[in-house]
Each structure stands twice: as structure tokens, then as C-alpha cells.
Design a protein around this ligand. Structure first.
Ligand code: ZN
Length: 437
């Protein structure tokens, strides 16, 4: 069992929906119902703070029922929904009410919500926080959907002042347009089917410039600031420096940046398209170092699917394809495959995928750890078994994923949500026990 004390043989005692205590391995009172996980690992359920549910409005891309079922099968017991790609977006109190109404009754795991900071909605932030959003996300560059606008320093500075007062974090898509526009101008006439063309269009400098802007505002406003899906290794020194100065800044990276490399992405393979892009092998190793060092705090899936037609798979055009990687169900085995190959322990996975994301979402004390008083969200994980990614095993709404055909290390055998088994051996056994956080 993986507890805050480390890995060892233990019992976990559950009363109702809560962990009552962690005991010695042979501490089994008479008359209690016993589940024996044998030699497999028992660890906290994964907390994934970066998931695009897209419902209501774009439910044909992904929805609460399909995504939370995939989450349960993949060992994710808590996820936090991003405010964009649904219609309406979660940028007003009304939009947030529509979200909750759409989610109710169809979640297999627990679901929280991020709101959005967009031009002109500063007046909504306090009310949305009161209604229960766990923080806010913004873009510094075109988000890809017209109903979720992007902000510059002029809008961001007052918004961060408000969020600092409310005590909730701001999550930032850290790319700015300048370097992207300049790179794109240079690429006119380049083959849109080549991955190299797409990669060159989203240079690391776009991330670096965004982080400079955001750390500057973090310094003056003291708003809790979180960089989502960090990809550019060359921008890591900026994060390191900000942390060294004691700024309230955290950062995440994603399974796809830790697993894939640009050199091996075939031309025309648009399921790999995401922004910022998957970069070269050397970049990937520096992201691993930053995780080990704590400059990157956590790993979140950034599960962002769309309908297959929008991926432009047949033409293989990276420019016109929707950007977003689909991989919620596979995040744990993907990260474990790469982490274990680099000598990391399962306790590192728990730190990056349970403890740190629970803290970001304000869920410390109830989620992310096997400890007394926490929700009994547990998974049984066979850390040496193989997960083979066959289309029929994927429960996302659509089967398109860049992980197709892979053999990953580790398999989720069972998932318990607040004490009840919700998934077992790749199948859900309960589909509506999730609550809205
Ligand atoms: Zn995202």
C-alpha cells in the first residue's frame, strides 16, 4: 500500500465512504468485509486536474458519461473539468450552472470544475467562486474556439488581483502569439502534413515569453499561478528562478510530453497534434529531470478529444486538424512506463498524479492520499502487468488516440470511489456514483 509513510504491507480501514485508519497488514477485526489485494499495489486514485469534458454543447467530442467511465477504468477517481470547448463555456455563473446541470447523474467518478478568465468577465469571478469553481483558467493565445477568448496583460493584471483576493489559483495556457506568428510567417509553403512543419510553428520561445509575462504578474499580484501543460525545456530555467524567488507558482506537464518524441511522430499522424507541441527526445529528458527536481510539480492528462473528422486523419493535415491529445484512461500506465524505466518509484507517481493535483484543486485532506479522514478513493494497480491499447479497450467517446497499439507497463485492476468498487478489469461496475465537487 502506498501511504504518505511510503510503501509497505498494510490494511486500510474504510467506514462508509471514508478512510478511518491505516493499520498493520494483519489488522483485520472479526466481522468486517475484507478485500485482499494480494501482492498488487493499493494506491490513492489519480486526481486529474486537466480534462476537457466538452459537455454541454460539444458532447459529440466527449461527455461526462464517457469520460468519467474511461477515468474509472484508468484509475482516475477525481477529475477537474476545463472551462472551454463546452457551449456555453464556464465563464459566467449561468454557464457554470449549465455545466453542473449537464453533469448531474452521469458521472462515474468525482468531478470538479475550473472557471475561465476571458475578456470582459472580471465581474463574474467572485460569484463563480462562490458557486464552487475551484479556480480559473486563461489563454494568452487563440484557444481554438471563438467563445473562449484570450487575454493579454491589460485584462490579466486586474483578474489576477481579484483571484489573489479570492484565494483561488489561476491556470495559464502559457504560449503567446508573437513567436508563433513570426514562425508561421517563415513557414509559408511548407508541407502541412509534415510534423516538423507543425513543430516549427509553435517555438519554445512562445512558452518562454508567456512565462515571463505571467511570473511578472504573479510577483506583483501574488495570485496563486499554475502553468498548465508545460512542454518547452528551454523555458524551465524561468520556472526554476520564479520558484527560487518564492513566488506562489506551480507547473504541470502531460503524459504525451513525457512519452512521445517529435523525431518518431510520423508525418500525417494528426492524433499527436497538441499545443504546445510534443518536442524532441532531448527536450523530453529535461522534462523528466524537472519532475525529479520538483520544478515541475505534477502530471495531468490534458485529455482534449474531438470528433474524428476534426482530426483530419485522412488528409493528415497538421495545420487544419484540431489540436488535443486523447489519453485520460491511459495516463497512469503511460507515466509509469516512462517513470519506471528511469528509476522512479511508485511514490513519485503518487506525488505527481495524486498529492500535487489534489493540492492545486484545493482538495488536500479529502483526495490524493491513503490516510485517515480522506475519501476512500483507491486503486489496485499491478505495476508489472501490461496494458495493451486496443481500440475495444478504450472508453473515451472516440477511439482515436496516439497511444493506439502500444504496450504499456502497469494495469489498473480495480477502482474504488468513496469505498465502492466502480471499475474492475477494464469495465465499469457502477456509472453514477460520482459527485460534483
Ligand atoms: Zn487543455
Amino acid at each position: 500500500m502506498v501511504t504518505p509513510a511510503g510503501v509497505g504491507a498494510s490494511t486500510v480501514h474504510i467506514r462508509g465512504t471514508t478512510i478511518e485508519r491505516v493499520g498493520e497488514w494483519d489488522d483485520v477485526p472479526a466481522g468486517v468485509e475484507l478485500v485482499d489485494a494480494g501482492d498488487h499495489l493499493v494506491m490513492p486514485g489519480i486526481v486529474d486536474t486537466h480534462v476537457h469534458l466538452n459537455e454541454p454543447g460539444r458532447t459529440e467530442w466527449e461527455g461526462f458519461a464517457t469520460a468519467t467511465a474511461a477515468a474509472a477504468i484508468g484509475g482516475v477517481t477525481t477529475l477537474v473539468d476545463m472551462p472551454l470547448n463546452s457551449i456555453p463555456p464556464t465563464t459566467t455563473r449561468e454557464g457554470f450552472a449549465a455545466k453542473r446541470a449537464a453533469a448531474r447523474g452521469q458521472c462515474a467518478v468525482d468531478v470538479g470544475f475550473w472557471g475561465g478568465v476571458v475578456p470582459g468577465n472580471a465581474g463574474e469571478l467572485a460569484g463563480m467562486t462562490e458557486d464552487g469553481v475551484r479556480g480559473f483558467k486563461c489563454f494568452l493565445v487563440d484557444s481554438g474556439v471563438e467563445e473562449f477568448g484570450w487575454v493579454g496583460e491589460r485584462e490579466l493584471a486586474p483578474a489576477m488581483q481579484i483571484l489573489a483576493g479570492l484565494g483561488v489559483p489561476l491556470l495559464v495556457h502559457a504560449e503567446v502569439a508573437g513567436p508563433i506568428d513570426a514562425a508561421t510567417a517563415q513557414l509559408s509553403g511548407a508541407d502541412p502534413r509534415r510534423y516538423a512543419t507543425y513543430l516549427a510553428s509553435r517555438p519554445p520561445e512562445a512558452e518562454a515569453e508567456a512565462i515571463r509575462l505571467v511570473t511578472g504578474l504573479c510577483r506583483t499580484t501574488r495570485a496563486r499561478t499554475h502553468i498548465v501543460h508545460h512542454s518547452a525545456a528551454s523555458a524551465l530555467p524561468l520556472l526554476r528562478e520564479a520558484r527560487a524567488q518564492g513566488l506562489p507558482l506551480t507547473a504541470e506537464t502531460c503524459p504525451h510530453y513525457l512519452h512521445f518524441t517529435a523525431e518518431r511522430i510520423p508525418d500525417g499522424a494528426t492524433p499527436f497534434k497538441c499545443a504546445p507541441p510534443i518536442r524532441e527526445a532531448a527536450n523530453r529528458e529535461l522534462l523528466w529531470q524537472a519532475l525529479a527536481e520538483g520544478v515541475l510539480d505534477m502530471v495531468a492528462s490534458d485529455h482534449s478529444p474531438c470528433s474524428p473528422a476534426l482530426k483530419a486523419i485522412e488528409v493528415g493535415d497538421f495545420v487544419s486538424a484540431w489540436g488535443g491529445v486523447s489519453g485520460l484512461q491511459l495516463a497512469l500506465p503511460v507515466v509509469w512506463t516512462e517513470a519506471s524505466a528511469r528509476g522512479h518509484a511508485i511514490t513519485d507517481i503518487v506525488r505527481w498524479m495524486c498529492v500535487a493535483p489534489a493540492r492545486l484543486a484545493g482538495l488536500t485532506g479529502t483526495k490524493g492520499a491513503i490516510a485517515a479522514g480522506h475519501d476512500a478513493d483507491l486503486i489496485v494497480f499491478d505495476d508489472t502487468a501490461e496494458t495493451s491499447v486496443a481500440p475495444e479497450s478504450i472508453r473515451h467517446r472516440h477511439k482515436v488516440t496516439p497511444y493506439a497499439g502500444e504496450a504499456l507497463r502497469g494495469a489498473v485492476l480495480a477502482t474504488y470511489l468513496r469505498g465502492t468498487c466502480v471499475a474492475e478489469a477494464g469495465r465499469t461496475v457502477a456509472s453514477d456514483l460520482g459527485v460534483l465537487l
